[in-house]
Design a protein around this ligand. Structure first.
Ligand SMILES: *[C@@H]1O[C@H](CO)[C@@H](O)[C@H](O)[C@H]1NC(C)=O
Ligand SMILES: *[C@@H]1O[C@H](CO)[C@@H](O)[C@H](O)[C@H]1NC(C)=O
Ligand SMILES: *[C@@H]1O[C@H](CO)[C@@H](O)[C@H](O)[C@H]1NC(C)=O
Ligand SMILES: *[C@@H]1O[C@H](CO)[C@@H](O)[C@H](O)[C@H]1NC(C)=O
Ligand SMILES: *[C@@H]1O[C@H](CO)[C@@H](O)[C@H](O)[C@H]1NC(C)=O
Length: 387
């Protein structure tokens, strides 16, 4: 109702109002350069997840596995030459590091991307919340030390364990006012106890949640989408990143999709507490599905967390929204049979693909051994929907 009144008002004084609402659109990039598609209409995003830096800092294999992770990233970056890198959670094995220098591992993690002058941002995982580190500390360190290249923000969500919720626009060209695509990033909270001595510490009650905050985030998504409609007349297609998969992923896991399926049946995924599914991840999921009135413009929702999963699937059960897994982009963390060659997931966005009635995106896995695999075009023709 309020929006209706504002729309009427905006037809009288269109420009000043649009400008004032632009400032409430959180993704407007004060002081940062605009992300734009190249002259061929392409914008490539590389998502890396589950690096688990700092896992063994006082044993020889620890620094060695972190160096291996950096080499893997360098190979994938040089092969793919992405325009943007997403670090999709579990950047650090927080329960194994010292609080005094934990954030320093972010410098090692970002180094290959920074050396290539590529812009980036992060989501955070269950291992990034521990007795030694938390999501807010990682976000503040990244913002303070990478003010030019990092686009990570904290717009909304409970601090300090669940505040990495934000979005970043990508424009077809520099002079455009309306973005061609929005990258959305969400914080699935959770906490891993324990410390280098091996003993478990208590999980703070404020961290004992395993889903995107249902109190603040759905409301934020709705508010930002309403403002986009008001200011831009459109909610642009969305590419979504969140560390822990939504529970809907379990339903899609048995579908015959290309990519690794080593972790099935999945361990307790998003929305579980005390080994019971709470349903509390659904307000976030429903807000994604309803982003633009349910017109199917969510290109993909991509998660890490399950290192042995690197597939994409969509079905009626996911309201037609493709759900993707990232695979394993680090030498830290557990390894499954088919995740020994580390990979990242690439999204090759293209303006022609985005202009389709139902926008589509091409995606594949890119491996540290300089090969790619599992390419699919995510969209209405991808897979036969299961009911
Ligand atoms: C690092 O990579 C080398 C070369 O692939 C391998 O031999 C070694 O086992 C790896 N080390 C660790 C700790 O992962
Ligand atoms: C943090 O301190 C520990 C203990 O001194 C050391 O082993 C480790 O290499 C340090 N980590 C970083 C990233 O500086
Ligand atoms: C989960 O288990 C803990 C410990 O038994 C209990 O204190 C807590 O209330 C439980 N939470 C829910 C939502 O059941
Ligand atoms: C690289 O690794 C992938 C994934 O394990 C594998 O399918 C492929 O055969 C490997 N390629 C080479 C050249 O080793
Ligand atoms: C992948 O390419 C890098 C950079 O050229 C090279 O150092 C590395 O040996 C290659 N790996 C494989 C498995 O071919």
């Amino acid at each position: 109702m309020i929006l209706g009144v504002l729309l009427l008002a905006s037809s009288v004084t269109a420009l000043p109002l649009a400008q004032s609402f632009s400032s409430s659109l959180k993704g407007f990039l004060g002081g940062k350069s605009k992300l734009t598609f190249d002259t061929k209409g392409s914008f490539k995003v590389l998502s890396l997840s589950d690096m688990h830096f700092g896992e063994g800092e006082e044993v020889t294999w620890g620094p060695e596995q972190d160096r291996n992770t950096s080499i893997a990233h360098a190979n994938i970056l040089d092969n793919e030459r992405p325009n943007y890198v997403v670090f999709n959670g579990d950047l650090i094995t927080g329960e194994n590091v010292f609080a005094s220098n934990a954030t320093k591992y972010l410098d090692q993690l970002f180094a290959p991307t920074v050396a290539r002058n590529i812009r980036f941002s992060s989501t955070h995982g269950n291992h990034d919340n521990s007795l030694a580190i938390n999501h807010l500390e990682e976000i503040e360190y990244e913002q303070a030390h990478y003010p030019t290249l990092s686009y990570t923000r904290s717009d909304v969500g409970p601090k300090p364990f669940g505040c990495g919720n934000y979005w970043v626009p990508v424009y077809a060209k520099e002079s455009d006012f309306v973005p061609a695509v929005i990258m959305w990033f969400f914080d699935s909270r959770s906490f891993v106890s324990g410390h280098p001595g091996g003993a478990d510490g208590p999980t703070p009650p404020a961290a004992n949640f395993h889903w995107v905050d249902e109190k603040t985030v759905p409301q934020y998504i709705k508010q930002q989408c309403n403002l986009m409609t008001l200011v831009w007349k459109v909610v642009p297609p969305a590419l979504v990143f969140v560390h822990i998969p939504v529970q809907k992923a379990d339903i899609l896991a048995p579908l015959p999709s290309v990519g690794n399926h080593d972790d099935e049946p999945d361990p307790a995924t998003q929305g579980f507490l005390n080994e019971t599914y709470t349903g509390l991840d659904l307000p976030f999921w429903n807000a994604l599905v309803e982003m633009d009135g349910g017109r199917g413009r969510v290109l993909a929702v991509t998660s890490g967390h399950d290192h042995g999963e690197s597939w994409c699937a969509r079905a009626t059960a996911s309201s037609g929204v493709p759900i993707c897994f990232n695979g394993h982009s680090g030498y830290g963390g557990y390894v499954t049979e088919h995740s020994q060659v580390r990979n990242g997931r690439v999204f090759a966005l293209n303006l022609g693909d985005l202009a389709k009635k139902v926008p589509v995106v091409r995606t594949w896995n890119s491996y540290e051994n300089n090969t790619t695999n599992d390419e699919v075009l995510l969209g209405p023709d991808y897979m036969v929907p299961l009911s």
